[in-house]
Design a protein around this ligand. Sequence first.
Ligand SMILES: O=P(O)(O)OC[C@H]1O[C@H](O[C@H]2O[C@H](CO)[C@@H](O)[C@H](O)[C@H]2O)[C@H](O)[C@@H](O)[C@@H]1O
Length: 289
Amino acid sequence: MGTPPVPSSPSSPSSPSLPEPVTEAGRDGLAALLARPERALVALDFDGTLAPIVDDPTRAFAHPDALPALARLAPRVGVLAIITGRPAEVAVRLGGFAGHPELAGLTVLGAYGAERWDAATGSLHRPPPHPGVAAARTELAALVERSGPGVLLEDKGNALAVHTRTAPDPAGVFAALREPLAELAARLELALEPGRFVLEVRPPGTDKGAALTALARETDASAVLYGGDDLGDLAAFDAVAQLRESGVPGLRVCSGSTEVAELAAVTDVTVDGPAGVAGLLSALAAALG
Ligand SMILES: O=P(O)(O)OC[C@H]1O[C@H](O[C@H]2O[C@H](CO)[C@@H](O)[C@H](O)[C@H]2O)[C@H](O)[C@@H](O)[C@@H]1O
């Protein structure tokens, strides 16, 4: 017996209208996507974009409207992808992406593009562990212990994330940890990746921009949409700008939040967090018939 199709959205029976991008390049990107959807690449970040931000990273499930919107959009565009800082298999589990016939073509690029899961085959590609991560694990456990209550260490296998969201002073602890973590990352030949009340040390060598560009080239995309909410998404927004310069129109969607308010200035359209993203994806699917 196969997995049943994704149910329709619980909270938005009718699709909202497509928002108008505030930039000309964004309007061109949207027009190109609507004109040739079969050649379009739609790529989305996970946390803060498809999944609401919550205190416990292990319980950051997709917004209830996200999966129905993705399922509706997937058959209408060339390629649908998730590009996330999570390990690919964690994003697949939290998103509930596996086993749905509508999402048979979905690709999940995890660990900022270092990992790849394809729904079509269920195959997971993961690089070998970086030697610096094991050393960082021991040091970070001690550092987190000293940092006071509410500071969490998320062990992602080949990366480690220190979360300060549930500390009594999240911004203050984040600021205090930034320099020691930058020093540790440099010493162990790792990269420091700051995000929403999180400082991550991870293997260098890739980012979401490189991942998005490679996927656009691999799939010969004629238009690209990228949606994100955090600092790690800036590389992907830059990649959209570079793809535009090389003749591939693109649309940059900001999943808006008060935590990373500066992102709206470098994107073409801002929606209200994961609910707004799901609404936009649903509206896109409706516009594509
Ligand atoms: O690339 P993303 O999919 O956006 O992942 C980036 C990081 O997201 C997660 O942390 C964020 O979400 C948590 C759950 O809502 C929240 O508690 C935390 O404050 C946010 O920074 C994830 O835990 C990290 O591993 C990802 O790198």
